[in-house]
Design a protein around this ligand. Sequence first.
Ligand code: AMP
Length: 282
Amino acid sequence: MHIFYGKVALIAYLKTIKSTNSTLGFVPTMGALHQGHLALMQRSLKENNDTVVSIFVNPTQFNNLEDLEKYPRTLEEDVKKMRGLSDKIILYAPSVDDIYEGNTMSQSFDFDGLENQMEGKFRPGHFNGVGTIVKRLFEIVSPTNAYFGEKDFQQLQIVKKMVEKHNLSVNVVGCPIFREENQLAMSSRNERLTPAERKEAAIIYKTLTEAKEVFKVKSPQETIEFVENSFRNNERFELEYFVIADESTLLPVEDKIKDKNYRAFIAVFVNSIRLIDTISLN
Ligand code: AMP
């Protein structure tokens, strides 16, 4: 496994392995790797000649300092997990300075409104941070294919939009959500839950699947009320938002229209730990 901590050496190395028809896969992560991340890597390894994985906790996409400071950093463990998967992975684990060169600021993006709801609404500045880091990483790695999880569905749509608007020559691939045994969506933040919280966090996906059934026969508003009521008397889990949106515009839906694809999005706090999940409603 090749490990690079600086972009200059990484770029030089990538030049030596690139040939006319070779493809390069890329999996950006913030580390504390779990099975969901490894599944993205496996797919990239299968579909490309070479695969770069980045591990970088990007400060500009955090709107909450405590969340940034407490974000798990487990590079040694992560390297072991990647070695277990394949010794072909090229790891890029830069410092903040290697990426931001002394100016740790976000660029401003226009994602045609995709950024205004849900994560964008509740985490001001988040998607400018995401756009900034993903664009910068794309410029450094120049991948053929880049792999993103549907767990962060809004992020996936936003990255696709950025690629389109900035004419970047990378193919963005969305990958299914990996779940724990109790169906809790895998997340690096799950490591911060107590065993009891982690077990009980099954309520998030359970409520989403119930909401999907409710949505089949009821209005969007009635489905939202169903979910809000499910969390109302729960002392451990605090609902931040539940939104039903059109999958392509991400705008909240008021009335169902035939042949449109809808998706439900949820964010829940357990103590100060924020968990998100999503489900297709079609
Ligand atoms: P993160 O390290 O949380 O920034 O995630 C890095 C990439 O892994 C993103 O594209 C995420 O959407 C994806 N990812 C995170 N959790 C999961 C999961 N449970 N299943 C599939 N992909 C995931």
